[in-house]
Design a binder for this molecule. Structure first.
Ligand code: PLP
Length: 388
């Protein structure tokens, strides 16, 4: 048996999404044209982009013209931050704020801009893994151009008080971006209720293809294009669109809109059972981050006396895929910057694994892991003990 509990890294593409993408790629369907071409083939391709844009707008309760297609979450985050920084440079606002637990796509972009003269502030988080609005209030200055705080964290799943944070940013004349890569498709995301100006999403996190995403830009928001060239995406992102992948993004958005409530309930029941039984059956375990303010699919658990990488490999040998944190930093022995920012002691940042569930997971798969995990942990603990 192979069990996949790493849906925050990526999700399998849903068969209905594959079907849509294959249809678009099949040249006998006349949908292979360049969406910028005026002829029949171009207009067929443009029609596919229009449908996908409507599907993404519906999922976000946004206006269709506010959705800009990108190559995924990383590009959307870069576009939001670099695009606003550049657009607002003339106003003299050269201060950027983000939380300390953002994805590398945000943190590294801030670092790059700080080398070019922008000042940056990283907001602390409590052990809950939540940003306190007071911390943002204290960080804001009249020079702040943009605040970027993620909607849901990829490692621990905590959901940030985005609406409160956006209100604070706006009160000081700054724009607000939220990286919603880990919340879109898992919990309702209503851009106007969130109060943000820009929002990033990525298709491969909700059963769509990799390499397709979107930046939602509220109408009237000042943001400069970072990819320059032709007039694609209403002059906001140049480059011939990846029509098949965008069709997949649209199909995944429609699928998510239709099953959001039922899947959230089903997956959170699985996650909660898994978590409760791990805590009950395996001594010296603890959940990282606030359990009551998380996306429904994620748990991050610390196993005292166990090295997270060893546990990941041992579980992989048993057929179960988990993660030690963000996909980008796994493979290195760097402790998670998220757990560190939460103030967890070093040993705990190195003995924690993330289990992230999704559409394909079942009760049988949860049972499969629960039947193996206690023994695996016991064995690793005895080995570590023996080495001491
Ligand atoms: C919170 C968050 N932001 C951004 C990204 C990057 O998205 P993509 O893989 O589409 O570039 C990820 C992916 O792991 C993520 O979890």
């Amino acid at each position: 048996m192979r069990v996949y509990f790493d849906h925050n890294a990526t999700t399998p593409v849903d068969p209905s999404v594959v079907e849509v993408m294959v249809r678009v790629l099949d040249s006998s369907n006349d949908e292979f044209g360049n969406p910028s071409s005026i002829h029949h083939f171009g207009q067929r391709a443009k029609g596919i982009l229009d449908d996908a844009r409507t599907a993404v707008a519906d999922l976000l309760r946004a206006e269709v013209s506010e959705v800009v297609f990108t190559s995924g979450g990383t590009e959307s985050d870069n576009f939001a931050i670099r695009g606003v920084a550049e657009a607002l440079e003339v106003t003299g606002r050269r201060h950027l704020v983000a939380s300390a637990i953002e994805h590398e796509a945000v943190l590294t972009t801030l670092k790059a801009l700080s080398r070019r003269g922008w000042t940056t502030t990283l907001l602390p988080v409590a052990t809950s893994g939540i940003v306190a609005p007071d911390a943002l209030e204290a960080a804001m200055t009249d020079q702040t151009a943009l605040v970027s705080v993620m909607h849901a964290n990829n490692e621990i799943g905590t959901v940030q008080p985005v609406a409160d944070l956006a209100r604070i940013a706006h009160a000081r004349g700054a724009l607000f971006h939220t990286d919603a890569v880990q919340s879109v498709g898992k919990i309702p995301v209503d851009v106007r209720a969130l109060g943000a100006d820009l929002l990033s999403l990525s298709a491969h996190k909700f059963n769509g293809p990799k390499g397709a995403g979107a930046l939602w830009i509220k109408r009237g928001t000042r943001v400069t294009a970072i990819l320059t060239g032709g007039k694609h995406e209403r002059n906001r992102r140049a480059g011939t669109e990846n029509v098949a992948a965008i069709a997949g993004l649209g199909a995944a958005a429609t699928l998510a809109s239709g099953r959001l409530t039922s899947e959230a309930a089903r997956v959170s029941a699985l996650r909660d059972r898994l978590e409760t039984e791990i805590l009950a059956c395996i001594p010296r375990t603890a959940v990282n981050g606030a359990r009551d303010r998380r996306v429904p699919n994620t748990t991050n658990i610390s196993f005292d006396g166990v090295e997270a990488e060893s546990l990941l490999i041992a579980l992989d040998l048993e057929g179960v895929a988990v993660s030690t944190g963000s996909a980008c930093s796994s493979g290195t022995l760097e402790p998670s910057h998220v757990l560190r920012a939460m103030g967890l002691p070093t040993h705990r940042t190195q003995n924690s694994i993330r289990l992230s569930l999704g559409a394909g997971n079942t009760d049988e798969q949860v049972d499969y892991l629960l039947a193996r995990l206690p023994k695996v942990v016991e064995k690793l603990r005895s080995l570590t003990g023996a080495r001491r």
